[in-house]
Design a protein around this ligand. Sequence first.
Ligand SMILES: [Zn+2]
Length: 401
Amino acid sequence: MPPHPDGGKAAKALWRTTSEFLRSCANQVLMATLPVEIINVAHGTRKPLDEAVLLLNAHQDAYRFTILDSPEAIAFQGGSAECFQTAELFQFLKDQRKVLRGYHPHLVAFVERRLDGSKWGNLLASADEDGNGDLTGLGAVTWFQIPQILGAVPEAVYGIYQLLSLAIRFTVGAGMIHQERRMCVFDFKRQKTDLLPIIQQGELCPPCTERLKQYVDQDQLVAIRSTLRMMSQIALAADPRGELDRLLLRANRLPRIFLSHAREDKPFVEQLATDLEQHGCRVWFDKWAIKGSDFVAKIEEGLRESDHFAIIISPSSVASSWVAQERNIAIVLSTESGALQLLVIMLQDAEIPTFLKIYDPIDFRNYANAAQYQAALEKLLQAVSRPAAGAERRDNPEPRR
Ligand SMILES: [Zn+2]
């Protein structure tokens, strides 16, 4: 081929546009719920981090935050006892990615020491970039000096701020931080003290919102913004610790339901999951776990975090060995700790496995009929609402969406 008259500039521009387009497609496809995993480096997990993760997962489903157990990470000491360099943390996370089984697109290290970057010292957080300036999905955050900066505001609020803003940067890509002051989460913070007013504001500026809109759906955008408002609500409360405790209590009480189903029944399950979430439930089904090769581990994790196991009965699910496997784990968990309640959802006539026959099935067989679907949905919602949670939910209608 003859050399291109413009020295390949047009081709390069086309390549950039195409790769940008492909990346946005990949994100669109993935954007059911993206996993963001957290590794504590040189220290064990902290209560503020656990609290932040609980609230983040209860209030939005664009991202699913998980704290990983890693003895290697706790043992990792780095080159200096006073501080960590972002480069050494990112290298450590890259090595972890190779060791951990499965799909780990986003890993965030939390440290207690001071955090220094290659250009700036004493950072709050950093997102790793490759040679082209694209984000690699690795991040680092420090708790250093945070109690002094936040005063009476609990550290969990900072955990929410850092995790959600990194997660958004991972989806949207590089260049999210802006120099102009717009009282936005993505304002460049010249000083650490700029942090608290921005947390109290809890907003995304219009250009940042427009960018995010290209990567998340409308429900997710609303949920992300409402999570930021919750963060600001805690930070501005007269008693921030009391407000945080109130929200934690409520998040703990949201029913968490695992939907065990055959692949063939997915359209129904997606509809049901959406409706349950709109009624304040947290729903687990394999919408993102499928990406990973450690499918069984993800299912176990989903089951351990759920308090209801709903098995969707149809000829396909009765014949599915996956459903049988999930059911076996669920039965062990429910008899071991009593923490998991079983529910039977009849989607189509099929032989109910013997030991499930003691449960009164919730009848969704006529789900195509709107009134009958609604009646069955209400029955299911009653079954998952424990009395203690019901009273509070009526007092505090959940403004999640
Ligand atoms: Zn902004």
